[in-house]
Design a protein around this ligand. Structure first.
Ligand code: FAD
Length: 425
């Protein structure tokens, strides 16, 4: 592929980060007629479910008139169909994701829709004139490359683009800036699952006992594991690294190493003590530690826990959700939950996607403008995909009239999203 043609041109839109949010944003904008470049530091699209082995989709439905009622729809529903068609769902109705099919499904979708992906390219700088971003810089095997565009969407999860553009952000909870723990997911195979299932209470009791005796150093309160599409293989989402900053590379290095120690510690614990695991084998861990929370922009509106609990229906709502406020203790053991009543949901305003100090930048995904508590609910994959959808359509509308992203007609955005099957609450 010639790189010169790609770098010389001015794109309508550059999306940075090809997680489910970034793919949703890129494809939705492309369908509005934009020429889109999608930049990703990994060698594939899909984000957390592919890179960090995150799965399954957390609940995104409620009950209405006695029936199941999906709150995340539109592009997310389409994504589900695409994943199902490709074989990316292995365990319906639990909707377990198979990471390799996720990657393949994203490749095919991007090619089919005419989005230009650029993998192995890490955002490392921003050029800005006044409030307008003019270009992004990426570190690649060609050195530093510069790409220009009229509009930009930050789907990096960590608000890297917004941060580099000088937009204000918060990190973690307000009192001490600690973020939810990081977790390295991993898989163990050759487990006798029926025997392990019968011995789960014993496993949890022994885990606590080993923790008290200092033989298990992982601060997580119990062993969290899930069935998988492969006989005898279980998925573990149970390592817990606390009090490190996911945006500081030295901290993340330490986090990866600590999590790896925890993984081996847990594997040896299971193999040597828990019936059903005697012949088990450690298979593999995710290529990156999973980050639940890091930077969140301080945008035109900051979504709060109270907004969620009061199920506020914002005038400029563009998405809805009711996943519990699920906070894994940033400082140690324990996980707190606030559950929404059946038949209720909150909404997310368009303003939460709008950073300060930039007129052609949208931010979507787990790093939108929200407090630590609100982010603990909106961060799940179904919801972030709907945010990507909204951001892509918003960029498309801005492009059609050549206005800034804060000047679009929000009613038109809502109408367009609904016409594309979205539920906006
Ligand atoms: C351990 C853990 C368990 C979870 N469990 C669940 C669960 O069971 N169900 C659920 O629904 N949700 C779960 N979540 C939450 C969910 O997975 C994430 O919040 C969500 O996927 C975030 O989506 P995103 O698109 O915002 O970010 P990501 O999926 O992280 O995508 C961001 C993309 O941007 C890329 N990127 C980042 N920085 C740069 C850069 N500088 N340059 C270029 N590319 C860049 C990344 O490589 C990545 O591909 C979990 C999260 C974690 C960490």
């Amino acid at each position: 592929m010639q790189t010169s043609g790609m770098t010389d041109r001015k794109w309508d839109l550059i999306v940075v980060g090809a997680g489910l949010t970034g793919v949703a944003a890129a494809v939705s904008a492309r369908r509005m007629g934009m020429e889109v470049l999608l930049i990703e530091k990994a060698g594939f699209a899909g984000g957390a479910p592919a890179t960090c082995l995150i799965n399954p989709f957390m609940p995104y439905s409620t009950r209405r008139d006695g029936k199941k009622f999906a709150l995340s729809r539109g592009f997310f529903a389409e994504l589900q169909t695409i994943l199902r068609d490709t074989g990316g769902y292995q365990g319906d109705p639990r909707e377990e994701l198979h990471e390799e099919y996720v990657k393949l499904a994203m490749d095919r979708l991007l090619v089919r829709e005419g989005v230009q992906p650029l993998f192995h390219a890490c955002l490392c700088g921003v050029e800005k004139g006044g409030e307008t971003i003019t270009a992004v810089k990426v570190a690649s095997k060609c050195g530093v490359m510069t790409f220009r565009a009229k509009y930009f969407i930050d789907c990096t999860g960590d608000a890297d683009l917004a941060m580099m553009a000088g937009c204000p952000f918060r990190l973690g909870r307000d009192e001490d800036h600690l973020c939810q723990p990081m977790t390295l997911c991993f898989r163990i195979g050759n487990i006798d699952i029926p025997t392990l299932d019968k011995n789960r209470p014993l496993m949890q009791k022994l885990y606590k006992q080993f923790q008290e005796e200092g033989k298990i150093r992982n601060p997580r309160e119990n062993v969290l594991m899930f069935y998988t599409h492969v006989d005898g293989m279980m998925h573990f989402n149970t390592t817990r690294v606390i009090k490190l900053d996911p945006t500081n590379p030295f901290d993340v290095t330490q986090a990866e190493m600590l999590a790896r120690e925890q993984m081996f510690e847990l594997y040896h614990f299971l193999r040597d003590n828990v019936p059903g695991c005697e012949k088990s084998q450690l298979l593999y861990s995710a290529s990156e530690i999973g980050v639940r929370e890091s930077r969140m922009i301080i945008g035109e509106y900051v979504l709060t826990q109270e907004d969620l609990i009061n199920c506020v229906k914002f005038e400029d709502r563009i998405a809805a959700g009711n996943y519990d406020i699920d906070i894994h203790n940033p400082a140690g053991s324990g996980t707190s939950h606030y559950y929404f009543k059946d038949g209720t949901w909150y909404t997310i305003p368009y303003r939460a996607l709008l950073p300060q100090n930039a007129d052609n930048l949208l931010v979507a995904g787990r790093c939108i403008s929200a407090t630590h508590e609100a982010q603990a609910s909106i961060r799940i994959m179904p919801i972030v995909a709907t945010l990507g959808h909204a951001a892509g359509v918003a960029a498309g509308l801005a492009g059609k009239t050549g206005v800034g992203v804060k000047e679009i007609d929000v009613k038109q955005l809502q109408g367009q999203l609904e016409s594309e099957g979205a539920f906006i609450g």
